[in-house]
Design a protein around this ligand. Structure first.
Ligand SMILES: Nc1ncnc2c1ncn2[C@@H]1O[C@H](COP(=O)(O)OP(=O)(O)OP(=O)(O)O)[C@@H](O)[C@H]1O
Ligand SMILES: [Mg+2]
Length: 232
């Protein structure tokens, strides 16, 4: 496989049991994501965006077909191996921030580095660099409850970027933010994409996010109906 291809799906199908039948959330999805992309999966509510992102992120497995992450078929990995691969190469940003409430901002951003076994001095430096990216060094010692929504999402970005993953998956990251905060985090993510070549894959129906995307993948009822490059 071309090493520039970070994620690849082949005939990906995802079904959920529903009574005696099943619901097909993804229908034969074939996609490739390369290094440095700033892409988004868009489509109406229920079209399969979150399902697709979760499978790309190894948080879920396909019913049939395959999803490859950095050359590894996700469905063939053990639970432990997929957790390790996910922790090393992926960052996640969710609609609801998902920060640990009892940890400080610093500790939230530090957490993935502890999982990676990084030593303390290196962790300290990486966390402060990540907080500089999102302009929150002054909030290092506060807890998430003391942050605004925009600040909380910037902590989530710092936590995603701190280990310098190949890909960041962001599911509706602006859904709880006003326009100003949405543009603020989009500008940060665009800068990270341009300066660190971190790939971003969004799931969104927010027009503000869509304006920033270089590639738009349109999902409808579990099918990719259009895949277009809108900027180079
Ligand atoms: N765990 C689950 N069990 C059963 N059905 C599910 C499950 N998760 C999602 N679905 C169904 O799969 C379909 C796709 O859901 P998904 O969450 O991927 O949509 P989405 O495009 O992210 O929607 P939204 O824009 O509302 O977030 C929906 O019909 C949903 O009801
Ligand atoms: Mg969703």
């Amino acid at each position: 496989m071309n090493h520039e291809v970070l994620i690849k799906t082949t005939n990906l199908v995802k079904q959920y049991p529903m009574g005696e039948n099943h619901l097909t959330a993804l229908k034969n999805v074939n996609l490739e994501f390369k290094k440095g992309e700033f892409s988004g999966v868009v489509g109406p509510s229920g079209s399969g965006k979150t399902t697709l992102l979760n499978i790309l992120g190894t948080l879920d497995t396909p019913t049939s077909g395959s999803a490859e992450l950095l050359g590894h078929k996700v469905e063939e990995l053990s639970h432990k191996a997929s957790a390790k691969l996910r922790n090393q190469s992926l960052g996640f940003i969710f609609q609801t921030y998902n920060l640990f409430p009892v940890y400080t901002v610093f500790e939230n951003v530090e957490f993935p580095l502890i999982l990676l076994g990084m030593e303390k001095m290196a962790r300290q430096q990486a966390v402060m660099e990540a907080l500089e990216w999102v302009k929150l060094t002054d909030k290092a010692n506060v807890r998430p409850a003391q942050l605004s929504g925009g600040q909380a999402q910037r902590v989530a970005i710092a936590r995603a970027i701190v280990k310098r993953p190949a890909v960041i998956l962001a599911d509706e990251p602006t859904a709880n933010l006003d326009a100003e905060n949405s543009y603020n985090i989009l500008n940060i993510m665009q800068e990270l994409n341009e300066q660190l070549q971190t790939s971003f894959i969004f799931a969104t129906h927010d027009e503000k996010v869509i304006r920033y995307l270089k590639r738009i993948i349109h999902l409808n009822d579990g099918l990719v109906v259009k895949d277009e490059w809108v900027k180079s």
